[in-house]
Write a protein that binds this ligand. Structure first.
Ligand SMILES: NC(=O)c1ccc[n+]([C@@H]2O[C@H](COP(=O)([O-])OP(=O)(O)OC[C@H]3O[C@@H](n4cnc5c(N)ncnc54)[C@H](OP(=O)(O)O)[C@@H]3O)[C@@H](O)[C@H]2O)c1
Length: 310
């Protein structure tokens, strides 16, 4: 079980700070950090690649007086590949921005097909040895890559402790292999974009709405499929019937899923964050969970034998 340095269990939500410094100014970011702490969140996610370093810098400033009670996840290797030299440079920059000598989880941000995992995992093992990181994570890895990393890590006496895949009602691929593999290897999953980057708030039901899907071509493509928008609309209709925010339902659904994955939530403003935090106390009845579960297709099992799917 992963814990803070002071030994506390991690909260049911992790808060992702990818917006700190881009879309969210310093005052608003600090207010959001306080709002999360007030709600009991003790786990914050950032990355070397985020917002030209402001995400790490501000997070480091906000938590500096309570470091041992706050769990910091950061990531390296989004750019420049996973050769040790690049990872070392990025980790040193991340630590310096955070004002820390150690992060809790350090994720490899994405798989690098051009660098042998042996080199990368040897490097991770050295960082544990040097007390620069407490746990090793991998993000955006396929299940076979997680598995390979887990076995190679054994050569260096280290365990992959965490995986960070994408997961929401409209992005369910992780159900097929990543979650079962992580469960089998005792790897904790922290899944990002539980709102489908805003799609599952229902706001795109109206025309001319501002937001990431309207402004960022990468995200517009990631969430462009007609079926995803149809699922978001269906969730929105359910939310109106229950008089609860679509965002609350989307995040509560992840929380209630049988895959034991911690959602990495986010919001650009405190107002956006409120209905997301409401999911912490939302008691979703089983029939409502089942109804929501049906609004997007469950992915086929890895064997493709549909008749054997539960
Ligand atoms: N490992 C990786 O590769 C990776 C990738 C992505 C994210 N992450 C991590 O996961 C965290 C969360 O990801 P995410 O931001 O994509 O999560 P998300 O919860 O799916 O989307 C959050 C976004 O939805 C919109 N939103 C949230 N609440 C809303 C509300 N009540 N009403 C209207 N719009 C609302 C906001 O964007 P707009 O206002 O712009 O619409 C907000 O920034 C990130 O901060 C980061 O730490 C990791």
């Amino acid at each position: 079980m992963l814990t803070t340095i002071s030994g506390q269990r991690l909260s049911k939500f992790c808060f992702g700070t990818m917006q700190f410094g881009q879309g969210t100014d310093r005052n608003q970011s600090q207010a959001i950090y306080a709002q999360c702490r007030h709600a009991g969140i003790n786990h914050f996610d950032t990355a070397h690649a985020y917002t030209k370093g402001l995400s790490e810098t501000w997070l480091g400033e906000f938590l500096k007086n309570e470091r041992d009670n706050v769990f910091i996840s950061s990531k390296v290797g989004y750019t420049g590949g996973s050769e040790p030299e690049n990872l070392s440079k990025q980790l040193e920059e991340s630590l310096s921005r955070l004002g820390q000598d150690r992060v809790d989880i350090l994720y490899l941000h994405r798989f690098d097909p051009d660098t042998p995992l042996e080199k990368t995992l040897n490097w991770f093992a050295e960082q544990i040895e040097k007390r620069r990181i407490r746990y090793i994570g991998v993000s955006n890895f396929a299940a076979w890559q997680v598995t390979k990393a887990q076995f190679i890590g054994q050569q260096f006496g280290v365990h992959i402790s965490a995986a960070q895949p994408m997961y929401s009602l409209v992005k369910r691929q992780a159900e097929v292999e990543i979650f079962p593999a992580c469960d089998d290897f005792d790897i904790e999953c922290f899944s990002y974009s539980p709102l489908g980057a805003g799609l599952l708030t229902g706001k795109y039901e109206s025309k001319g709405i501002k937001g990431r899907l309207a402004e960022d071509a990468r995200y517009a493509k990631r969430y462009g499929a007609f079926e995803m928008h149809a699922s978001a609309k269906a969730l929105y209709e359910i939310s109106k019937r229950y008089n609860v925010s679509s965002a609350t339902l989307a995040v509560a659904w992840v929380l209630m899923s049988p895959y034991r994955t911690t959602p990495i939530i986010s919001g650009r403003t405190s107002e956006q964050l409120s209905p997301v935090l409401d999911a912490l106390d939302f008691d979703m009845a089983e029939n409502l969970f089942a109804e929501i579960n049906e609004i997007s297709a469950k992915p086929a099992p890895a064997t493709d034998r549909l008749e054997e799917q539960a």
